[in-house]
Design a protein around this ligand. Structure first.
Ligand code: FES
Ligand SMILES: [Fe+2]
Length: 408
């Protein structure tokens, strides 16, 4: 779908107020990053934190996480521009149940179990734009709001109450360009403002509702979802694990950290080019497209970053539990923000997408798989350690522990 939309949709105009808010926020991040670069220091936590390997290996704990974090917590399913127009729909099955998300005639987003109410066939298997969905098994037909509007045959259907045979709703909420679902059929509504807390203002300034989808892919990882997700939240490994890729673009072990409510945070990593004007007054700094890494609890990172040759991209990675405790997969999506280059340069966003996918799969997820295998053989009492410089990971694991209430 991304290809079609990228060529189909014009870029929207950025909003002046959001632009001002975003610029101010990103200048602040760069100011603090440069201070850290000059002093060769990093934001740190107060003490190291020990991590029990069972968090990554225990199947019982894993099932509890799948329920508490991936079926009860609001999860980012898409950006608005992934289904921009009435009749657009998508299937989101990363949480386990196949979830059908539609945009109805009024422009409102709906979500349902992707399950026909007759005999539970998968209702939508291909996401073309349409005004109704017809089950391929016996052709029961539903509108975009999930209402049963037609079924073939009269005989044998005496007394059928179509009003009670609508698709089963999944809680969904669209907020400033983000579509959240809660993977529980008939579950409680989602309060996005409550979930985001003070992180909401920062995310709103990104104008995600205008971001155009440019590329999407799925990556498998032979490691627990947290082992994979943990690789996003620190820069300590840049020089050693990514010497010719990320490590050539950003400094290792220097990081700026902003803590927000409910386990969300934002990180600033020093880009090499910041050094070119490290000694200049702020008024003389050139424009940068770098805006940091926005980490949305429990499983999302949004990389607001610059591309070679100029222009900005939003690189969204979402990490999900796989079939077993030691497997995960990630959905990688690259978007073009409304406020970046106007030219028809779709290839450049695809290039950066491929670059990130390559680095993540061959470097980050390769080391994750090795580490995961080792954890299975770790002796009783062994713990990994997050040191003081791994402050964002400590923040994540503290929030996780608070929600999961395990007592190891
Ligand atoms: S299962 Fe869908 S119409 Fe029969
Ligand atoms: Fe990495």
């Amino acid at each position: 779908m991304a290809d079609d939309i990228a060529t189909m949709l014009p870029l929207a105009e950025p909003d002046a107020e959001a632009t001002a808010r975003r610029t101010q926020s990103h200048y602040g991040l760069r100011r603090r990053t440069l201070e850290r670069m000059r002093s060769k220091t990093t934001d740190m936590d107060v003490a190291p934190m020990r991590i029990d390997p069972r968090l990554y290996t225990d199947p019982v704990y894993f099932e509890r996480e799948r329920k508490t974090l991936f079926r009860e917590t609001p999860i980012l399913a898409a950006l608005s521009m992934d289904i921009p127009e009435p009749g657009n729909m998508m299937v989101f099955d990363a949480l386990g149940p196949s979830i059908l998300i539609t945009r109805d005639k009024e422009g409102k987003v709906n979500a349902f179990l992707n399950m026909c109410m007759h005999r539970a066939a998968k209702l939508v298997t291909e996401c073309s734009k349409r005004t109704r969905m017809t089950c391929r098994f016996h052709a029961w037909t539903y509108d975009l709001q999930g209402k049963l509007i037609g079924l073939p045959g009269k005989e044998g259907f005496e007394g059928i109450d179509k009003a009670n045979l609508g698709l089963i709703p999944i809680p969904v909420a669209e907020w400033k360009g983000m579509i959240f679902v809660r993977g529980t059929p008939n579950g409680a509504p989602i309060d996005v403002a409550d979930h985001l807390g003070d992180f909401g203002d920062e995310l709103a300034a990104l104008e995600l509702h205008k971001a155009r989808p440019m590329a999407a892919s799925r990556l498998e990882c032979e490691a627990n979802w947290k082992y994979a997700y943990d690789t996003y939240g620190e820069s300590y490994h840049f020089a050693s694990l990514h010497p010719t890729t990320i490590g050539a673009l950003a400094f290792s072990n220097i990081m700026v950290y902003d803590k927000f409510d409910n386990g969300h945070c934002r990180l600033g990593f020093p880009r090499e080019e910041f050094m070119d004007y490290a000694d200049q007054n702020e008024a003389e700094w050139p424009h940068t497209d770098y805006g940091g890494l926005y980490m949305l609890f429990p499983n999302v990172s949004i990389n607001v970053n610059s591309m070679k040759g100029g222009g900005q991209f939003y690189g969204i990675s979402r990490v999900f539990p796989g079939e077993t405790v030691d497997r995960s997969f990630s959905l990688l999506n690259t978007y073009q923000p409304a406020h970046t280059s106007r030219a028809d340069e779709g290839e450049r966003w695809k290039e950066i997408h491929d670059f990130i996918e390559h680095v993540v799969s061959t470097e980050d997820y390769s080391v994750s798989a090795d580490g995961q295998a080792n954890l299975n053989w770790a002796p009783d009492g062994f713990c990994t350690t997050l040191w003081r410089n791994e402050i964002a990971l400590q923040h994540f694991h503290r929030r996780l522990a608070g929600l999961m209430e395990h007592n190891w």
